[in-house]
Each structure stands twice: as C-alpha cells, then as structure tokens.
Design a protein. Structure first.
Length: 95
C-alpha cells in the first residue's frame, strides 16, 4: 500500500470551486482507478478554508496511474491555483 495525507488551505471565497473540483476528481477516481482504496476530504472545524486530503493506493503503480491520469492533468492545476498552502505528502510506514 502507498498513501498520503495532504494539508491544504484554500484562498478566501474559493472553497465552493475547490469542493466542486474535488467532487469531480473523486468521481473520476471512483470510475477509473481500481487501485485506489480511498480518496477523502476533511474540513477543519476551526478554519473552514483548511482541508486535509487522505488517499491510499494498492501499490506504487496505482499511485502513478493516479498522478498521470488525463483528468488529473486537468484538475490538479485548477485545484492548486485555489490553494494558498499545500503541504507535501506523507507516506504510510509499513510495520
């Protein structure tokens, strides 16, 4: 398994557009990525512009397929343009 957690802060007033794009991305992942275990979004209770994205893939190949997907190439830049902060991924540790 490979996965990650990403912390993002959205520009003021851009959260409706971010949520629309995330919903579109999640639908595409569900339809096209059998190696995706989950792809979820959480909103901070203290700051409504702060989100955490969690994702997990069955293996490295599934994660790479996600990164190189045609819909990702369109949606990722649109989503990043709405973010004021994007923190790097953290990979899970196999124990």
């Amino acid at each position: 398994m490979i996965g990650g957690i990403k912390h993002v802060v959205i520009h003021q007033g851009k959260d409706p557009e971010f949520l629309r794009l995330f919903k579109t991305l999640k639908a595409e992942i569900s339809k096209n990525e059998p190696g995706n275990v989950y792809y979820d979004l959480y909103r901070s209770r203290k700051d409504p512009l702060t989100y955490v994205v969690t994702e997990r893939y069955r293996d490295e190949a599934a994660w790479k397929a996600h990164q190189n997907s045609p819909y990702g190439k369109t949606l990722f830049p649109q989503m990043r343009a709405l973010m004021s902060i994007e923190v790097e991924y953290y990979d899970s540790v196999e124990l």
